[in-house]
Design a protein around this ligand. Structure first.
Ligand code: BGC
Length: 878
């Protein structure tokens, strides 16, 4: 086989294992490999592939290390599942792929790698240890161990599983740049471990390991919402560590956690994921994580039981301090009171640098807004904060200075939602605008989408949507980064498309769906927040919220074309739908919260909840068909038909083409979720358009309606109106927040609402996805998911001169960009290699190089369709 050098068109690039680049420490026995072609040529496609997987880094698949080398496959697939020799734990594998292009020429990729982790809990050697204190003890514990290495090291890996949060140090250096590891799970059912390459931090001779443990959601000491202080798993933080060293001579030694570790309390006097951190720099123990530290006053670590026997690899984009945000202004109120403004609302932490006399105590109070007199105002976010005394102020770090020159503080085990930081101190200190930096923290998912248009307000709405999406992504999707930080299911399924158009979120959602499976009751019921400490099985968990179990896998499948999430969750979805079926004898259900936080009108809960029941059932039937479960397909498709019938029988007035009393949600939800009988959609859509016009082209919906209102309009011939609604800058609208200075999305429509007033909620965020779908027209095709075939349905809305959306899908960058020119539109399209698209034009015809193109079908009313192969195009639409 001849291979061609890397940059030639047709080369496979972006090689990923389990959807990550060169991951370390995976447990999958049959990992998924994916790649895309680098090939701008018109019609570029893959005609065959061959993969080689080996433990030999130089010649994958050739030598003794050959693990998998299937025969050349005549196929265009670029996502394949390993099926070679059983993978071994603790092993580095190398792989590359050869892709044959449309001319039958082979192109070989560069070599990628992945490394297995423990693969099975039985491979752990370490003991679970803690400092033996009970869960009420406040200070965070340190642990240390010194050990000798005699031989030269080839490589070393640290595997750390934790109940709680941890930071790992080797010879005084913090390992890695993750924050808040490991990600939050239902600790008594699944604990995650993280793998690090620590080869570089090693020294020959004596080495010191240090571990600092934080509480996280494992030991919730703050008394706050949803009873996490009573979680069944709650305990003093604990960890288990194996440091596996491979020497140059091939021998292996494992240094593990055990009773030979020593422990002491750290200067972190208190840490709460929900409230904040207290730090006393006078209690620092310099060198605690280095070899020559005198630890004679430290005590021996104690053996503990594992939080759960189910210890699995954390295989996902980690949380990081992704963006440093300098303070935009500083207001000095007096010698001891300063207020910093970051200029934008974020989730994360602040870092302060300050000098002052020993014993000076500073309080850093984080807030999203200011009171009239310029102080930090938490009244919009502290309603669930239930302190039992003064010692645990909300979103307020408390630090005591050591007096040793300039001191720096940033919390280790906490994050907050804020724009402002009010610093008060017990003695005068001098602070400048440079003294404080904000860090935007979130799961560090790569961006995959861009939107830009001629309307600056629309661009800002898109930006604010992404800010809120990321502010609410911490290894699981949350509702808000301040008041609750909870995995509210409803908020997450409404925002899933916005997430997937803009970010590479599959690893986060796969993990969160595992959290769902951990939480599901045997009868199929899910709690309204996931993970939960037990609350939420009896409030807020109807199908309008917990349909995450079906909606998230289905959308991830549409965006990635990867069936694994469907297979993994099939039984859970089925149990969920079976529960709904058993509890809905007349095929309708009123279980749910309904159209949450509406502008003014609220659709009947039975209508909206039954629509979600219908949608889940339909998704389940679709998956059953895909997975060849014929009996299930028959059962659930007929159940779906019965639900649809029941909803239409009760809520649809056929003659008036109206659902219920004709509210925006009542009309748009049936249109969007496909309940409207054939032939009636246009009439219902026109009712909806009239309703919206009567509302002065403003929304009158709540959470569920925000998912459907814009889509129902633009998918049914009313894109201009949808755009007017989406781009409004007067109340009630997304733009109204922006006009009032918002940099994130809010929880309520009025700026001065009295309840539900977090300033960083993602729940109204579908508008971000709508821009891609309706204006860019980029939609996945359920029959060829993962943008293998792209449905391109742009709407050149009249009051906008220019719009551009790009999305980096599994096959590469999809671009849809249009601009008004004279009486027509110049339309630029990129269809990535190895995929195709169908362009649907409702108005006008497409010209290329001055020539009228002939459409594949001319369906008259529904417009023209053009089949596009891979490549970049410039069309004139006239
Ligand atoms: C959360 C919401 C959530 C709702 C459900 C609120 O407290 O912040 O976003 O979906 O409760 O009722």
């Amino acid at each position: 086989m001849r291979s061609v050098s890397a940059q030639t068109p047709g080369t496979p690039v972006d090689l990923k294992t389990e959807h990550l680049v060169n991951p370390l420490g995976i447990d999958a026995t049959t990992p998924r490999f994916s790649w895309r072609l680098q090939d701008p040529r018109r019609g570029a496609r893959q005609t065959a592939w061959q993969i080689q997987v080996s433990t030999d880094s130089l010649e994958p698949g050739r030598g003794a290390g050959n693990s998998w080398q299937p025969a050349r496959q005549a196929s265009d697939q670029t996502l394949v599942t390993y099926s070679g020799k059983p993978l071994r734990p603790f092993t580095a594998y190398f792989w590359r792929v050869t892709a044959w292009d449309q001319d039958g020429k082979p192109h070989t990729s560069a070599t990628a790698r992945f490394e297995t982790g423990l693969m099975h809990p039985k491979n752990w050697q370490g003991a679970w240890i803690s400092d033996g204190a009970d869960e009420t003890i406040k200070p965070a514990p340190y642990f240390r161990k010194v050990f000798q290495t005699g031989k030269t090291i080839r490589s070393a890996r640290a595997y750390v599983a934790t109940g709680g949060l941890y930071e790992l140090y080797l010879n005084g250096q913090k390992i890695g740049n993750h924050r808040l590891d490991p990600m939050y799970t239902r600790f008594d059912r699944r604990v995650l471990y993280v793998t690090y390459d620590v080869t570089k931090q090693f020294r020959t001779g004596a080495n010191a390991l240090g571990v600092l443990l934080g509480n996280g959601w494992y030991n919730h000491q703050s008394t706050a919402v949803w009873y996490f202080h009573k979680a069944p798993w709650r305990n003093r933080p604990t960890f288990c560590l194996d440091l596996r060293i491979t020497y140059d001579d091939g021998s292996v030694e494992t240094i593990s956690s055990g009773t030979d570790w020593k422990t002491s309390l750290s200067p972190i006097r208190f840490n709460s994921i929900y409230t904040a951190e207290r730090y006393d720099a006078r209690l620092e123990q310099p060198g605690w994580n280095q070899v020559n530290f005198d630890d004679t006053k430290w005590t021996a670590a104690k053996i503990r039981s594992a939080p759960s026997a189910n210890i699995v690899a954390q295989v996902m984009h980690p949380i990081r301090n992704v963006e440093a945000i300098p303070a935009r202004s500083l207001t000095k109120l007096n010698d001891t009171t300063y207020v910093f403004d970051l200029g934008r609302n974020i989730a994360g932490v602040s870092q302060i640098r300050v000098q002052g006399p020993a014993g000076t105590t500073l309080r850093l109070k984080h807030a999203e807004r200011l009171t009239k007199d310029g102080r930090a105002d938490q009244s919009n976010i502290d309603m669930h904060y239930r302190p039992t005394d003064q010692s645990d102020p909300f979103q307020t770090d408390v630090i005591t200075l050591s007096g040793r020159g300039e001191e720096t503080f940033m919390p280790h085990f906490n994050y907050k939602g804020f724009q402002y930081v009010e610093v008060t101190s017990t003695q005068p200190v001098t602070l400048t605008q440079q003294s404080l930096t904000g860090y935007f923290m979130h799961s560090d998912v790569p961006a995959t989408g861009q939107v830009n248009s001629a309307n600056p307000a629309l661009n800002k709405i898109w930006q604010a949507t992404n800010n809120s999406y990321l502010s609410n992504l911490f290894g699981y999707p949350t509702d808000c980064p301040q008041r609750e930080k909870n995995g509210w299911t409803g908020d997450a399924h409404i925002a899933v498309e916005t997430g997937l158009y803009n970010f590479d979120g599959i690893t986060i959602y796969e993990k969160w769906l595992a959290d769902h499976r951990d939480e599901q009751q045997p009868n199929g019921v899910l709690p309204s927040i996931i993970p939960t400490g037990g609350w939420g099985y009896d409030w807020g968990n109807g199908p309008d919220w917990t349909s995450t179990i079906a909606l998230i896998p289905w959308n991830v499948y549409l965006f990635y074309g990867d069936k694994k999430i469907l297979i993994d969750n099939y039984d859970a979805i089925k149990r969920y739908v079976d529960h709904l079926e058993a509890s809905s004898p007349n095929n309708l259900t009123s279980w749910g919260l309904g159209d949450w936080v509406p502008v003014k009108s609220k659709a009947p809960v039975e209508l909206t909840s039954s629509i979600y029941y219908y949608t889940d059932t339909r998704i389940l039937a679709n998956i059953a068909r895909l997975l060849n479960r014929t009996d299930d397909y028959t059962h659930y498709s007929s159940l779906a038909a019965r639900i649809r019938q029941a909803i239409n029988a009760k809520y649809l007035n056929q003659t008036a083409a109206r659902y219920g009393s004709g509210l925006q949600t009542e009309l748009s939800a049936p249109l969007h979720w496909g309940l409207v009988p054939d032939g009636l959609s246009a009439a219902v859509a026109s009712q909806l358009a009239q309703r919206v016009e009567a509302d002065q082209a403003h929304i009158d919906v709540g959470l569920l309606g925000t998912k459907t209102i814009l889509n129902a309009l633009s998918d049914n011939g009313h894109a201009d109106l949808a755009y007017r609604v989406a781009s409004q800058e007067t109340f009630p609208s997304w733009g109204w927040w922006i006009a009032n200075g918002a940099t994130t999305l809010y929880e309520n429509w009025p700026i001065d609402a009295k309840s539900d007033i977090s300033l960083n909620h993602i729940m109204f965020g579908e508008v971000g996805a709508w821009m891609y779908k309706a204006l860019g027209g980029i939609k996945p095709d359920p029959n060829a998911p993962g943008f293998k075939h792209i449905l391109l349905k742009p709407n050149f809305v009249k009051t906008l001169d220019h719009f551009e959306a790009t999305h980096q899908g599994p096959h590469g960058m999809i671009r849809s960009a249009w601009r008004r020119s004279g009486s027509g539109i110049t339309y630029l399209v990129t269809v990535p290699p190895n995929s195709t698209a169908t362009l649907f034009l409702t108005d006008g015809q497409a010209y290329a190089d001055g020539r009228l193109l002939s459409p594949t079908t001319n369906a008259g009313v529904s417009g023209r369709q053009y089949r596009l192969v891979a490549g970049s195009y410039q069309f004139e639409i006239r």
